[in-house]
Design a protein around this ligand. Structure first.
Ligand SMILES: Nc1nc2c(ncn2[C@@H]2O[C@H](COP(=O)(O)OP(=O)(O)O)[C@@H](O)[C@H]2O)c(=O)[nH]1
Ligand SMILES: [Mg+2]
Length: 321
């Protein structure tokens, strides 16, 4: 036990010991963690407390299993659905507000987000759907929150750089994997979610150090972008990384003899072919497709290609049926 803990710590510890219900215990432990000063001497204590918190959250989730399943769902819109995943106060709602037109509640008390709220995030000429969620580890919402995460296209893990970011990331990833949501490529099923880490609150003092720790531990596994929802630093980079990780190509169509429609690209998964594009345009197109002419990735402008030609980002395609 570190020697120099403030009196608030002992008061909070007493309240934690007296707490009885799982919800009370979790919130008392969160409050206790907040009283521990951050320095080398308390590293171990903070890590221990965070582990206990994660255990409590885990138990609370297990008790709720089989409970409410699909309390909320968010219909997908745009090029991909990206969900914001993180603990309370990491800045998920602030990021949603900075990146989209949505107006979420932002507060410095936990659990200010109680329902999923989404907004559209423009990136160049397409839009992604961002979904803000309540914090992970909240027993009354974890059931449906995990359901939404499971079906999202991309996970954006939001980490607060001012709060032991490496430990936070570890606990978050642990919780997701307990829900059988794999975020890195080493799972047995071979299916893992596309995942990006937003290391938020980069404007705060000590954030650089936190970012360094986070990178040392996770940069081989995830793309990590240091951002600030407040100063907006790093948000442009975050958007490009999300685009890159989402694995999307934009394809523009044109009718023979006309100019291409450059305003509204089709968005398709990387690896999609001319035939996939034809199917996305109209099911009859796929049936009747003879060949296509391509501008962009083609060897020469207007090159004639077959059905199984793999499209690249920003290709312009003229379908011949
Ligand atoms: N300094 C700083 N504060 C932030 C940043 N992002 C969020 N906050 C603050 O952190 C608190 C929690 O933010 P919120 O977006 O509600 O977090 P959520 O619980 O993850 O949705 C609020 O007081 C925000 O103003 C940031 O980039 N820098
Ligand atoms: Mg929130």
């Amino acid at each position: 036990m570190p020697a120099n803990l403030p009196p608030e710590y002992f008061e909070a510890e007493k309240r934690f010991k007296e707490a009885s219900s799982p919800a009370e215990k979790i919130s008392a432990l969160e409050a206790l963690i907040a009283t521990v000063p951050k320095h080398k001497g308390t590293d171990k204590l903070r890590a221990d407390l965070r582990r206990r918190l994660s255990k409590l959250r885990e138990e609370a989730v297990k008790k709720k299993k089989g409970g409410r399943g699909n309390l909320y769902t968010v219909p997908k819109e745009g090029a991909a659905q990206i969900v914001l995943v993180g603990f309370a106060n990491a800045g998920k709602s602030s990021l949603l507000a900075s990146l989209t037109n949505a107006k979420p509640v932002i507060a410095d008390y936990p659990v200010s987000t109680v329902m999923p709220l989404s907004g559209m995030m423009p990136f160049e000429d397409i839009k992604f759907q961002l979904v803000d969620l309540p914090p992970i580890g909240n027993e009354s919402t974890d059931g449906w929150v995990s359901g939404i995460i499971r079906i999202a296209d991309v996970l954006l893990l939001v980490i607060d750089l001012s709060e032991d970011p490496d430990v936070q990331a570890e606990l978050l990833i642990e919780q997701l994997s307990q829900w059988n949501i794999q975020t890195a490529g080493d799972d047995k099923s071979g299916v893992s979610k596309k995942t990006v880490v937003a290391a938020n609150k980069k404007d705060m003092s000590g954030a650089e150090e936190g970012l360094e720790k986070l990178r040392q531990r996770y940069q081989d596994t995830y793309q990590i972008v240091g951002v600030s929802a407040v100063t907006k630093e790093g948000l442009e980079e975050l958007k490009s990384v999300l685009f890159e990780v989402s694995g999307i190509v934009r394809v523009y169509t044109k009718e023979p003899g006309k100019e291409p429609d450059l305003d509204a690209p089709f968005t398709l998964p990387v690896g999609s072919t001319v035939l996939d594009l034809a199917a996305a345009v109209h099911k009859d197109f796929a049936k009747g497709l003879k060949y296509a002419c391509i501008w962009g990735s083609a060897k020469f402008p207007g090159q004639r290609v077959q059905k199984h030609y793999v499209l690249k980002d920003r290709d312009i395609v003229e379908l011949h049926v």
